[in-house]
Design a protein. Structure first.
Lengths: 615, 342
């Protein structure tokens, strides 16, 4: 059948799949992401799970969603406003309609908009029929009944048949985006190997949805997203937690060290523990500790033993670990502490995101206890910063705090799989003298790191610990002058790491009116906002996002100087802005902050920038 | 090969090899000195080379010990030595790991790590210096302070029920528990050697005298005049007898232990000590015996066979590596759905 339908070219589009938690929306979204990746699109995804483990069926509390932005240009966020909303029941529509753009498309399962479910979603009238959706394009498909029809004679139980309607909906979306079905059918065959009925069911439902959309022709145009201009290579989608875990594995391999992970379960960081626990098959030594304190202490023990040692947690866990982090600072041991931030204080909003732990990472220990702080900025670059945190810890004999957050942890973006050869080398500081001349706090003259001598090495027996030590000899001392010296030495050691860090770069204008500053995961939203503004003719705006927070890159002041005004955007009340005020007090920092336990929207950053430019 | 390794320039190691160049700074007369010297002595006899021994402590008077031992060591933070050791021993199971701790360090702030070390059965040796008081912070009650004893924090006498370290350790799963007074160096040496040989968590409670805050607290047990009657020194496979002439024995009465004056006719009913018994009941009962109705049990109360935690973990690692679907990291990274961008 010739395709007579008109085609609409879009640079990017946002699709949101939503339904009851039992409707398989996450898998549906995942499959669409894979198909988008294979089509050459850039993308970013974010799941939105119900907070309760088992909310009542059909209730608003039980709605599970998955949002994806795809594009032919580079995509940095899962998108603010939705172009296509799939809503498999009234609760899903009710919970998600607010995200849909005026004129956007709703794909609904008409069969589920019955009295019982309408009531659960607080609808008095059926929104598919009462005209309340007239600003949108609505495709009310009888998804459940057509799926049932397509799957009859397969001999599947009723529940499995009903569940397959997600693939029917996906079929409609495939038609809308002109997607080939074959790779997805191959995927079914792999995923459900040995279960021919399940493969058949998914395939038939997908096709039924696709052909339904094609034949009914209810949607006026199909959408074409051209492939993005991404660097050559093999890609996969990855979330932030897995990416950090893999970064650590890569660092272990590259440095020739064994990897030890000691962690305690905590949302949203547990997945790092799960992934590395499964990676015992790559030799990882994993301890699920009895508590957060044990986790970091065991990590210190593993580091002293000579392993690449990490502990992963979230803010509340860091609070418990701080005393031991101080031990790692004074003992000058390599240790990576991963904080997948969540909204606080206390238990806060444990599944939601925030950049609220920066001050804790920078200052949250008793005494003068400087360490390295870095932050990842997208799900896929969690791999690089996971790797980099391990590298810096070992090369400089210091604890490193790596900040991720809930948004990066569960979001996904395409990751170009690197070969180990292209990752930067890890050069462990080597002591080249004789054992007799060695001392525990003997330092590298350039970077001031001590040397990692480990149990089993003859002639290097030594004790370390939490008491202040004399420099070089490592003997206990209460000498006032020595303490003064050590306090500055420990800071200086951290500061000198800046010499090895890449220069801070600016997107957009290299000098001019306004420099927008972000750090960590606010990168995506700010970057999208600034790019859009540049395209719209605001040539005076630049953007710089910090991944290295302590120490700051050496050229930070240099780039700040080039702009009249500096606007710091972050998901807290101004922790980075305040830090910059103490580090670089010669500049004035304006702030844009959000404290809703939600990531920034591109649109809100954009309007804030416009407000400043026009003021 | 191992014995070769532990020799220095072809000569066996001596106590001197284990002395660090630091001055020992405990109060003169403190029971800690004896424990340190027995550790140094024991270390000369281990199969492990000096560089393969690590001593880890927390905070307190006892926890200064690693600085006085010329091995690898960490003076960590309060209560956390078992946790630090867990990471270290898992990272390198070939090391011989010794934890030194006090009653405050291990039973109060570090209680959680202590019970989990016992539960997991990591092959480490935990020596607890039990002086029933906080010494370094100058005289506060600890979780082993007896009821009625006056301390800085219980000026009218302690009213908190104390922990019995042996009962806690065995209940938590410890496969080795021994108790020794600091005045019995020979017994301590033997117990340390056995703890070293035992695969799994070994807990040694040393009844240690703090000359400053609890001087004489263990006197009834260690005094020449009373010690034979007040100590039940256990020996594997031997009857549980005590007293100057071994005139007393421990027998069983229903579910309980009883102390009897032995007449020829009932000595056959005296219990024979079996530290290797899996069942914990009798070992706990022995650990709980206390004055004045009973003597206090000394020596190795429990010593059962077991697989250590690190051995279990490393077996799993080895097995999973053999069975893995990914030969290397590249295969892992490329698993699942990938696509090419040209
Ligand atoms: S205070 Fe007591 S335990 Fe501490 S060193 Fe002095 S005598 Fe020993």
């Amino acid at each position: 059948m010739p395709d007579t339908k008109s085609k609409m070219k879009m640079r990017k589009a946002v699709v949101r799949f939503s339904g009851d938690s039992g409707d398989g929306m996450q898998l549906t979204g995942e499959i669409f992401s894979q198909s988008s990746g294979s089509a050459g699109n850039d993308l970013t995804t974010i799941p939105d799970f119900p907070a309760e483990i088992r909310a009542p069926q059909g209730s608003i509390g039980g709605v599970s969603s998955f949002q994806i932005q795809i594009g032919g240009t580079e995509i940095y966020t899962p998108g603010d406003e939705v172009d296509v909303l799939v809503a498999l029941n009234p609760a899903a529509l009710s919970a998600n309609l607010k995200f849909l753009k005026p004129g956007g498309t709703v794909i609904a399962d008409r069969d589920n908009f019955k009295k019982k479910f309408l009531k659960k979603a607080n609808y008095d009238e059926n929104p598919l029929e009462d005209g309340s959706l007239e600003d949108y394009q609505v495709l009310a498909a009888p998804a459940s009944s057509l799926t049932k029809e397509a799957l009859k004679n397969l001999g599947l139980d009723m529940q499995s048949v009903t569940r397959s309607k997600n693939m029917f909906a996906l079929g409609i979306v495939y038609h809308l985006f002109n997607r080939p079905m074959e790779p997805t059918i191959d995927f079914f065959e792999k995923k459900f190997k040995g279960k021919p009925k399940v493969i058949q069911a998914n395939m038939r439902a997908l096709k039924a949805g696709y052909y339904f959309a094609e034949t009914t022709d209810v949607l006026p145009a199909s959408i074409v997203i051209p492939p993005a201009d991404l660097p050559k290579g093999t890609y996969r989608n990855i979330n932030g937690n897995t990416a950090i875990a893999w970064g650590a594995l890569a660092a272990a391999e590259k440095s020739g060290k064994k990897l030890s992970l000691s962690s305690y379960p905590i949302t949203p960081a547990s997945e790092i523990l799960h992934e590395i626990a499964a990676r015992k098959d790559q030799g990882a030594i994993v301890l699920q500790a009895e508590d957060e304190i044990a986790a970091v202490c065991a990590a210190i023990g593993a580091s002293y033993a000579g392993n690449l040692s990490i502990t992963s947690t979230s803010g509340p866990g860091i609070s418990l670990k701080t005393e031991a982090m101080g031990l790692a600072v004074i003992a000058e041991l390599p240790l990576v502490i991963i904080n997948v931030q969540r909204s606080g204080p206390s238990t806060g909003l444990p599944t939601k995101t925030e950049q609220g732990d920066l001050a804790q990472a920078l200052y949250g220990r008793h005494g003068e206890a400087p360490l390295i702080v870095m932050a990842a900025s997208s799900p896929d670059d969690c791999f690089f910063y996971g790797y980099q945190a391990c590298r810096v810890a070992m090369e400089h004999m210091t604890p490193v705090v790596l900040l991720s957050d809930s948004y990066l942890a569960s979001g996904k973006s395409p990751w170009r799989i690197p070969s180990l050869d292209e990752l930067p080398d890890i050069q462990l500081p080597e002591y080249e003298g004789e054992a007799e001349d060695w001392a525990p706090y003997l330092r590298d003259p350039e970077f001031l790191n001590r040397y990692w001598k480990i149990p089993g090495e003859k002639g290097y027996e030594h004790r370390i610990g939490g008491l202040e030590k004399e420099d070089i000899s490592g003997h206990l001392t209460y000498d006032p002058e020595n303490h003064e010296k050590m306090v500055h030495l420990r800071q200086e050691k951290i500061d000198r790491v800046a010499k090895k860090l890449p220069s801070q770069e600016i997107t957009g204008a290299q000098s001019g009116n306004l420099l927008v500053v972000g750090w960590g995961s606010s990168y995506g939203a700010i970057n999208s906002a600034v790019i859009e503004l540049l395209e719209e003719g605001h040539e005076n705006v630049g953007f710089t996002n910090f991944n290295y927070l302590s120490p700051l890159p050496e050229n930070t002041a240099e780039i700040f100087e080039k702009f009249d005004r500096i606007l710091v955007c972050e998901l807290n009340t101004g922790q980075f802005a305040n830090y910059l005020r103490t580090k670089l007090p010669m500049f004035t920092y304006e702030q844009f902050n959000k404290n809703q336990a939600q990531p920034f929207f591109t649109s809100e950053i954009k309007s804030e920038i416009i407000k400043i430019l026009e003021a | 090969m191992k014995t070769e390794k532990r020799k220095k320039n072809g000569k066996p190691l001596s106590v001197k090899d284990f002395k660090s160049d630091r001055n020992v700074k405990w109060c003169p007369g403190c029971g800690d000195y004896m424990i340190l010297s027995m550790m140094q002595k024991t270390f000369t006899q281990l199969d492990h080379a000096k560089e393969d021994i690590v001593c880890i402590s927390g905070i307190g008077c006892s926890s200064r010990l690693p600085y006085y031992l010329n091995t690898y060591g960490i003076h960590s933070i309060h209560g956390r030595a078992p946790a630090v050791s867990t990471g270290l021993k898992l990272a390198n199971p070939d090391l011989s790991v010794w934890v030194v701790s006090g009653d405050g360090d291990s039973m109060a702030i570090g209680g959680n790590h202590f019970i989990h070390a016992c539960r997991r059965n990591l092959d480490i040796n935990i020596i607890i210096f039990n002086n029933k008081i906080y010494g370094m912070t100058k005289g506060q009650s600890s979780p082993t302070t007896p009821i009625g004893m006056k301390t800085k924090t219980a000026p009218y006498g302690s009213y908190e029920p104390p922990f019995n370290i042996g009962e806690l350790a065995i209940s938590a799963g410890a496969t080795f528990f021994a108790r020794v007074p600091d005045k019995s160096p020979q017994l301590l040496g033997e117990v340390m050697m056995e703890a070293y040989r035992h695969k799994g968590t070994s807990v040694i409670e040393v009844l240690q005298n703090c000359v400053i805050f609890t001087d004489g607290i263990h006197e009834k047990l260690t005094d020449r005049e009373t010690k034979d009657e007040n100590q039940l020194v256990l020996t594997q496979g031997e009857p549980m007898v005590f007293g100057k002439q071994n005139e007393f024995g421990i027998q069983i009465d229903g579910m309980k232990l009883k102390k009897v004056r032995l007449e020829d006719k009932d000595s056959a009913n005296t219990l024979i000590h079996d530290a290797t018994e899996e069942e914990t009941q009798q070992h706990i009962a022995l650990a709980k015996l206390q004055l004045p109705d009973f003597p206090v049990a000394m020596g190795i109360i429990r010593n059962t066979e077991s697989t250590s935690f690190e051995e279990e973990l490393h077996n799993i690692i080895e097995q999973s590596q053999k069975k893995s679907s990914y030969k290397n990291l590249q295969e892992l990274f490329h698993s699942g759905n990938t696509w090419e961008v040209q």
